[in-house]
Design a protein around this ligand. Structure first.
Ligand code: 4NP
Length: 160
């Protein structure tokens, strides 16, 4: 099983969106038994809460379900149990680089490193903005998720 965890600040906007989008792509690719998908936040403020209603609505408009998700805070154990810890922005990445056990440091990456067409490297925090921000987040996340799935599929082929 390949473990993928998406991480943002609150785990109610960006990382649950990536979680729902990637989960849906994994299901369509028939890889549910091969790839586990989770998400978390670096902050504990929203632990136990469902995603922000604006994120849920924007995702649903594109056919992605987020209502089954609940916010959690990343723990040290997540570094050993996930192969990919994909972070939405540099601020959360540097926070996690300081926490990560050295032997797992290379599991931490900016999620948009896997994006194909976008030239942006970070998914901006949409929390204090309008609904447009959530659509932009989805554009970036769909691009990153497609690239990530292609990368993982290639890696699996190389191993066979
Ligand atoms: P997220 O967005 O990191 O994409 O989940 C945020 C959610 C909540 C807050 C900040 C960002 N907040 O300050 O509560």
């Amino acid at each position: 099983m390949i473990g993928v965890m998406f991480v943002c600040l609150g785990n109610i906007c960006r990382s649950p969106t990536a979680h729902g989008v990637f989960e849906s792509m994994v299901r369509e690719a028939g890889l549910v038994q091969q790839i586990s998908v989770t998400s978390s936040g670096t902050a504990a403020w929203h632990v136990g809460k469902p995603p922000d209603v604006r994120a849920t609505a924007a995702a649903l408009a594109r056919g992605y379900q987020l209502d089954h998700l609940r916010a959690q805070q990343i723990t040290i154990d997540d570094f050993s149990t996930n192969d990919y810890i994909l972070v939405m922005d540099r601020s959360n990445l540097s926070h996690l680089q300081a926490l990560a056990p050295q032997k797992y440091a290379d599991r931490l990456r900016l999620f948009l490193d896997f994006a194909g067409t976008t030239s942006t490297s970070q998914v901006p925090d949409p929390y204090y903005g309008g609904t447009d921000g959530f659509d932009h987040v989805l554009d970036l996340i769909e691009d990153g998720a497609r690239g990530l799935l292609a990368h993982i599929e290639q890696e699996r082929m190389d191993r066979v």
